[in-house]
Ligand binder design. Structure first.
Ligand SMILES: *Cc1c(COP(=O)(O)O)cnc(C)c1O
Length: 352
């Protein structure tokens, strides 16, 4: 029987999201969600927006949310784009800004959605090796030979580039777009949004999914000079006019108003990250220095896949990537203090 698939779709290898098992009392440390609830004001705003107005389409330009984001990051509204999660925002950037005749450069160890979008949109990927410490070396991105994308902090390593290092990459590639995917920037990094006024080739993406505890709501954004944002708007308005629904709009605005709650959630995650890093090091793990809400670690004497299975046997799920160069590592999301205790107890039991 014919499958009716077009050849591009037939050749795709789609992204595999971290699993969402429905097991009671599970310690879920595999998808970098927040261990804390969304800010109380966010839930109030969603409840308040749940009314008859849901029969009406939302504002296709999401103007109030863009205004709130522009105020928060000291930008103008024409420098802000919002979408249904940053994965969608990234997809529009791939099609509108990163698809050219020349290959798109990104780290060999990086967000595994990038090669998937390359496949979907017919973009040639050029993978640039991380250095032996699993860091991005800005000198490997010279030459102005094509566009660039990387997460900062990088995923799944957690390593951070400084704004000086990002500036070097921007200056060395003036005729190509450089996308900095800041999904984890709120856990101790400095945002490249401050460089937007100076660099017409810089696009920064962020998300409400991690530091703002709203992965279930699907809200992401991009920041850049107006000509870059216009490209994203053109793609968006050729695809889906209403990616941000009324409830997401209300929640996003409320989240930006809950600064103290937000800062405290990030602080707790960073404190637990520090405690977990020290514990893992005591147990003999090599831990990559992390500025994200996860750590990337390997044990010289224990196989990562076996450790992941032994944790799973104890109802603790972490992320294991069966891929060259990183198949000895575990990526462990930072949980609540209680979840972290359960993780550490389980590891003590497993390692003896
Ligand atoms: C989680 C993540 C995203 C996607 O976030 P959503 O807004 O939930 O789509 C993008 N980039 C990286 C590096 C991520 O880890």
């Amino acid at each position: 029987m014919p499958r009716f698939w077009n050849p591009t779709i037939d050749a795709l290898t789609p992204y595999t999201p971290g699993e969402q098992p429905k097991v009671a009392n599970l310690v879920k440390l595999n998808t970098n969600e927040s261990p804390y609830p969304p800010a109380p004001g966010v839930l109030d705003a969603i409840h308040a927006a749940t009314d008859d107005a849901l029969r009406l389409y939302p504002d296709p330009n999401a103007t109030p949310l863009k205004q709130a984001l522009a105020d928060y990051y000291r930008l103008s509204t024409d420098q802000v784009f919002v979408g249904n999660g940053s994965d969608e925002v990234l997809a529009h950037a791939f099609l509108g800004l990163l698809k050219h005749e020349v290959p798109l450069r990104f780290p060999d160890i990086s967000y595994s959605f990038y090669p998937v979008y390359c496949g979907l949109y017919g973009i040639a990927p050029q993978k640039i090796l991380l250095d032996p410490t699993l860091a991005i070396d800005p000198d490997d991105y010279q030459g102005d030979s094509g566009p660039i994308i990387f997460p900062n902090p990088n995923a799944p390593t957690g390593r951070l580039l400084t704004l000086d290092q990002i500036t070097r990459i921007l200056q060395q590639n003036p005729s190509h777009v450089v996308v900095v995917d800041e999904a984890y920037i709120d856990f101790g990094g400095e945002s490249a949004t401050q460089l937007i006024a100076r660099y017409p080739n810089l696009l920064v993406t962020q998300t409400f999914s991690k530091s703002r505890a709203l992965a279930g709501l699907r809200l992401g954004m991009a920041f850049g000079q107006a000509h870059l944002i216009e490209a994203l708007e053109r793609v968006k308005n050729s695809f889906n006019s209403y990616p941000v629904d009324r409830l997401a709009m209300a929640a996003g605005i409320a989240s930006l108003q809950e600064e103290a709650y937000f800062a405290e959630s990030c602080r707790k995650v960073m404190a637990t990250r520090q405690a977990l890093t020290e514990f893992l090091q005591e147990k003999g793990f090599d831990v990559v220095p992390s500025h994200a809400n996860f750590v990337f670690a390997r044990h010289p004497e224990h196989s990562a896949s076996e450790l992941a299975q032994q944790l799973r046997d104890r109802a603790i799920i972490v992320r294991y990537f069966d891929k060259p160069r990183i198949d000895q590592y575990l990526r462990i999301s930072i949980g609540s203090e209680e979840e972290n205790r359960r993780l550490c107890d389980a590891l003590s039991e497993i390692l003896g």
